[in-house]
Design a protein around this ligand. Structure first.
Ligand SMILES: [Zn+2]
Length: 245
């Protein structure tokens, strides 16, 4: 019954996805959003899944595959890690991913990227990685990364589709449209390598502070809204022919 409702709602905002081919000579960059224990691993923290979750597991698997391709090619990768100072809350969420804890570390499937020379790690203490990249001197680490690497195509993956991924995509596209991101042309969200959390209405009703967040629907809405801002939504990503993910 629940599934039927989700299908009805999805039909009201149908999402067309495309196959994206990234050619060898494309200046492509990969952004990994918050693929950390605290959002992905069962029992890892207050915002971690409470039981194994297929959408999140698939997101990790696909993200790791894409990261491997980028690292093999020595193409630029930027990983955002949600990391908060203790005592500094991020309303409406409970304390999570405190700096220095396992919660704010990359999942084991991706921890190897920290040793890769083409990878930049950026800790952020807000939803939006674009805003989280503003540094004390007013410069923006993400903008600098795009410009220094002359990135034309940005591939975005991670969690949560409708929160940190979406916020980052929206800010990035606005900045691009204002001419702040140099050569950047395309922002591509790879849907299979994105996920969001599951917090059904039946559970949310038990607490007056928490919003219901049905996973399937919110994932779809996140992708739909990213597309509405001008992102491409990729059902599949391939790198030149014939290597397919
Ligand atoms: Zn956070």
């Amino acid at each position: 019954m629940v599934l039927q409702t989700v299908e009805i709602l999805k039909n009201e905002i149908p999402l067309e996805e495309e196959s994206v081919l990234i050619s060898e000579d494309a200046k492509a960059g990969l952004v990994l959003v918050d693929i950390i224990n605290g959002f992905c691993k069962v029992g890892a923290g207050s915002l971690a899944p409470r039981e194994p979750n297929r959408q999140i597991d698939e997101m990790i698997e696909e993200s790791a595959k894409v990261a491997k391709v980028f690292c093999d090619k020595k193409w630029p990768v930027l990983a955002f890690l949600d990391s908060h100072h203790p005592g500094k809350l991020e309303h409406p969420y409970p304390p999570h991913c405190i700096t220095g804890t396992d919660e704010s570390k990359l999942v084991s499937e991706l921890s190897w990227i920290e040793e890769e020379p083409n990878v930049t790690i950026r800790r952020k203490d807000c939803y939006d990685g674009f805003l989280g990249s503003i540094q004390e001197d007013g410069s923006n680490a993400f903008v600098d990364w795009v410009k220094n690497n002359k990135i034309q195509l940005l591939l975005v993956v991670g969690i949560c589709t409708d929160i940190c991924v979406l916020d980052f995509v929206c800010s990035t596209i606005s900045a691009k449209n204002r001419g702040f991101l140099g050569p950047l042309e395309d922002v591509v969200v790879y849907s299979k390598a994105c996920a969001t959390f599951d917090f059904p209405l039946s559970v949310a009703r038990e607490s007056k502070d928490l919003l219901a967040h049905p996973q399937e629907l919110m994932h779809h809405v996140g992708l739909y809204m990213a597309k509405g801002r001008g992102a491409k939504i990729a059902r599949e990503v391939s790198f030149h022919a014939p290597k397919k993910l």
